[in-house]
Write a protein that binds this ligand. Structure first.
Ligand code: IYR
Length: 220
């Protein structure tokens, strides 16, 4: 058994005034994040993507198992394979697997089975959950895997926005073709497929509003 080891916490200290300003500025900045479906093929330095992934990996996780893994895809051949496999699933979804109500709910977003952005965006980040680790030949399940990977993915999206890039949280379903195409190990399950890059010059976004505070918070 490893012994406990604690070190002093070097937190940040701001005045309340600064904290109000910082939280407000951060909110206004984050409120400008939008999901983008029309990407430019303009290249992006890989270092930016690596910083973004390192930021995601600062997320808290059950027992600090960091149960995530990220595939950073820029190869045209791999992007094409992923696009074709995703479209195959989405064709089924849009033509029969999704309910009429679901299709109607998606109407404002103008989505359909075609996913050209999977080839156009310079990068695809595929987020995987690691459901167990193999230690001395034994399978050890990780803890709170979906929660941990969900948090890491949220931090990834926020890091993408902070860097000045755009993304789409894309969920072709079922997602298991991603582990196959990317030849992932047995303990990994695909979680989300995220194209990343610059928005196309002519990109348009749906005119939607976010819920106001009083609709999302209850005070006690
Ligand atoms: N996965 C499909 C359908 C889809 C579902 C939801 I819920 C969305 O918010 C958007 C799309 C697709 O990507 O087209």
């Amino acid at each position: 058994m490893e012994d406990k080891k604690f070190i002093p916490f070097e937190g940040h200290k701001f005045s309340e005034e600064e904290m109000i300003q910082r939280s407000e500025e951060h909110y206004y900045f984050m409120d400008t994040r939008r999901s983008i479906r029309e990407f430019s093929s303009r290249p992006v330095p890989r270092e930016i993507l690596e910083n973004i992934i390192k930021t995601a990996s600062t997320a808290p996780s059950g027992a600090h198992k960091q149960p995530w893994s990220f595939c950073l895809v820029s190869s045209a051949e791999m992007k094409r394979k992923i696009k074709l496999a995703a479209e195959e699933q989405e064709k089924e979804n849009y033509s029969s697997r999704m309910s009429i109500r679901w299709i109607n709910d998606l109407n404002p977003f103008g989505t359909n089975w075609q996913k050209p952005f999977l080839e156009i965006a310079p990068y695809l980040i595929v987020v995987f959950k690691r459901i167990y680790e193999t230690v001395d030949g034994e399978k050890h399940n990780n803890y709170y895997v979906s929660e941990s990977v969900g948090i890491a993915t949220g931090m990834l999206l926020s890091a993408i926005h902070h860097a000045g890039l755009c993304s789409l949280t894309h969920t072709p379903s079922p997602l298991n073709f991603l582990a196959e195409v990317l030849e992932r190990p047995e303990n990994e399950r695909a979680f989300l497929l995220i194209p990343v890059g610059y928005a196309a010059e002519e990109a348009k976004i749906p005119d939607i509003k976010r819920k106001p505070l009083h609709e999302i918070v209850t005070y006690f």
